[in-house]
Ligand binder design. Structure first.
Ligand SMILES: [Cu+2]
Length: 156
């Protein structure tokens, strides 16, 4: 019984996904937002990669919400090595393709693993043009064990 309820729920959820993404009567504001998302909005958000052995390491802010098409600039605020790496199983569907396409080979250590940024003030940037909406969980490979992780939420 429990299994059949779960199956029915899955069926409902799966059908819910088939609603059309593009709706009729799109407002001029929504249309403009869609155009900006495709081209980049020019808005840049800064996240500091900081802390110390004493205080712990963190992204500041650890949770950031942006609009699709915005840029996030992670800045080294500690003078110690940091990077930005995305959890493949904790990002929206289709996001890996976008992240991989905006990370040139010289800018990464592996799939969705950004290069190490060691110098104070040095930065790593990603333009989230055409990025799927949702929550992206990421971390720093150097201090992940010490809790250096963050979330990025992309909204329309
Ligand atoms: Cu770090």
């Amino acid at each position: 019984m429990r299994i059949s309820i779960a199956m029915s729920l899955l069926f409902v959820l799966a059908c819910g996904d088939e609603e059309p993404i593009v709706q009729r009567g799109i407002s001029p504001e929504a249309r403009q937002a869609a155009v900006l998302a495709a081209e980049g909005t020019g808005v840049v958000h800064e996240v500091q990669m900081g802390g110390s052995m004493e205080t712990g390491f963190r992204f500041e802010p650890a949770d950031l919400t942006i609009k699709v098409g915005d840029t996030v600039r992670w800045v080294n605020g500690s003078g110690l090595p940091h990077n930005v790496a995305f959890y493949a199983d904790s990002i929206p569907q289709g996001a890996m393709t976008i992240i991989e396409s905006v990370m040139p080979a010289e800018d990464k250590l592996g799939p969705m693993i950004g290069r190490i940024v060691s110098e104070l003030g040095d930065a790593f940037e990603i333009d989230f043009v055409n990025a799927p909406l949702g929550v992206y969980h990421y971390f720093c490979v150097v201090q992940e064990a010490m809790g250096m992780a963050g979330t990025l939420t992309i909204e329309q």
